[in-house]
Design a protein around this ligand. Structure first.
Ligand code: NAG
Ligand code: NAG
Ligand code: NAG
Ligand code: NAG
Length: 433
């Protein structure tokens, strides 16, 4: 009897300990997709977020007139058009990306840079969060080192020019191919299907890296991450050597699939990628090395972003401690830095960069899609227009998500957020509410 009671107590104790462990170890910051590091189980909320965006669309867009006279630099004839959508977390980019995903003549890749960071730092796939790239965990601003800035630029260039040999193996086996293809990069289904037939060992090289030396999450311990980065470069120590050998061997198995990706990329008239993990200095470098590249900078009302980030479980917390004002402050700080450089780049490269305000885009996605394709000097694909028409129909009149924050954030808070985000709002020519 006593033993039984003892057992019950132990089991209850264990459950409580596990509950607490789960509560306090759930990495709660900017994981784009709510995936968990290495072996832990995680939720994938990306489909929900797309639904959320699709739920409601109000009336007329006001910013479209900005496009009436936009500058348009000519593309080099005969060369493929390359496009990067540079945006920020919770800014509506998954939905916006459908403009390209639904174009049968385009090659579109969703969030490729997570894989680059995994290849540099040995972190777990899906855990290279945008906030970790631009903020330290104590809330201080982090300026990405020039070495990483360059790597990002060259990675994007190789991707957009189908130079698969120059892309790391980590990219080709990344879990986003399985997780994100169904909803966000539907054209990549043949590649994703090819991957799914491969031996599981291809996806297990990452297990070789010692987590004690290479933290699973970017930003967790930059000193360790730096050491891990050096060890990876030099293949120093047996684990790192075995890891590189594993990459080398599995690359052979990946090659037939890579061939599919490569052909799809090469035959596309337009190659597009969207990312929340690139900072504007990388785009400056990219504009220098790729004269045919066009940049679409997608931004959203920071007050709507703050609201969205707080209700998105995986972005809640670690920097802002669940405080919406701090969340907005940290977000506005890094985006403002980008916006300043964006405006400079727009002067230096006339007609190559364009800014889209998400809050305006949702008011008339079809007209916006037409304007963006005009900027890219291409007729808007019927498939894209049809997709937008089907997926926004009947939803125009429900709650207006773009303006939801006005009723859901208390006035005093809005005032503080407006203060922290003043420069952000000032840098974008839009009649903000
Ligand atoms: C939208 O714009 C069109 C053309 O400018 C105008 O005729 C129409 O009344 C506007 N609709 C709304 C709901 O504002
Ligand atoms: C925050 O952390 C970074 C990296 O560890 C450090 O360089 C910086 O000085 C810290 N800032 C504050 C205010 O503690
Ligand atoms: C790439 O593959 C997808 C899926 O098969 C296809 O829909 C798309 O048209 C292809 N793109 C090109 C440019 O061939
Ligand atoms: C659309 O919104 C307007 C104003 O909010 C409302 O008066 C109208 O009943 C709505 N229409 C439908 C079909 O829901």
């Amino acid at each position: 009897m006593k033993a039984k009671r003892c057992l019950v107590v132990i089991i209850f104790g264990l459950i409580i300990v596990l509950l607490f462990y789960h509560l306090f170890t759930e990495p709660s910051s900017d994981n784009q997709n709510g995936l968990s590091p290495k072996k832990a189980k995680g939720k994938d909320l990306s489909d929900k977020s797309l639904d959320e965006y699709l739920r409601s669309f109000p009336r007329n867009a006001t910013g479209l007139k900005l496009y009436k006279n936009f500058q348009k630099a000519p593309f080099t004839p005969g060369s493929p058009k390359t496009v990067v959508v540079v945006t920020y977390q919770r800014s509506g980019s998954s939905f916006f990306g459908k403009i390209f995903d639904q174009n049968p003549n385009a090659f579109y890749v969703y969030e490729p840079l997570d894989a680059l960071y995994t290849s540099i730092y040995g972190t777990a796939e899906g855990w290279n969060t945008p906030s970790d790239i631009t903020s330290f965990w104590n809330g201080s601003e982090r300026i990405p080192p020039s070495d990483d800035v360059d790597k990002v630029a060259h990675f994007l260039h190789s991707l957009l020019h189908c130079k698969t040999d120059d892309l790391p193996t980590e990219f080709f086996r990344h879990k986003y191919w399985a997780k994100m293809t169904g909803a966000f990069q539907t054209q990549q289904k043949p590649y994703s299907a090819c991957l799914s037939k491969l031996d599981r060992s291809v996806f297990r090289c990452g297990d070789i890296l010692p987590e004690s030396q290479c933290p699973a999450r970017l930003g967790e311990d930059w000193h360790k991450l730096w050491l891990c980065k050096q060890s990876l470069i030099q293949s120093y120590g047996s684990a790192y050597l075995r890891y590189q050998l594993c990459n080398y061997e599995t690359r052979q198995s990946l090659e037939p699939c890579i061939e599919i990706l490569s052909q799809n990329c090469t035959s596309a008239e337009m190659r597009v990628t969207k990312t929340v993990r690139a900072t504007m200095p990388s785009i400056r470098t990219l504009l220098e090395i790729d004269t045919n590249v066009r940049i679409v900078n997608l931004v959203r009302d920071p007050r709507a972003v703050a609201l969205s980030r707080m209700s998105f479980f995986s972005t809640r917390g670690s920097f802002s401690k669940n405080n919406r004002i701090l969340e907005a402050k940290i977000f506005c700080r890094s985006v403002t830095r980008d916006l300043n450089l964006f405006n400079e780049l727009r002067q230096q490269h006339p007609g190559k960069l364009i800014q889209v305000i998400y809050d305006d885009f949702v008011k008339d996605p079809q007209e916006y899609a037409k304007a963006i394709y005009e900027f890219l000097d291409s007729p808007p694909p019927q498939e894209t227009l049809r997709w937008l028409s089907i997926n926004t129909k009947g939803k125009r009149n429900s709650t207006n998500i773009a303006d939801q924050w006005q009723s859901r954030i208390p006035y005093g808070e809005v005032r503080l957020i407006n203060e922290f985000c003043k420069e952000y709002l000032d840098l974008i020519p839009y009649p903000w509410a």
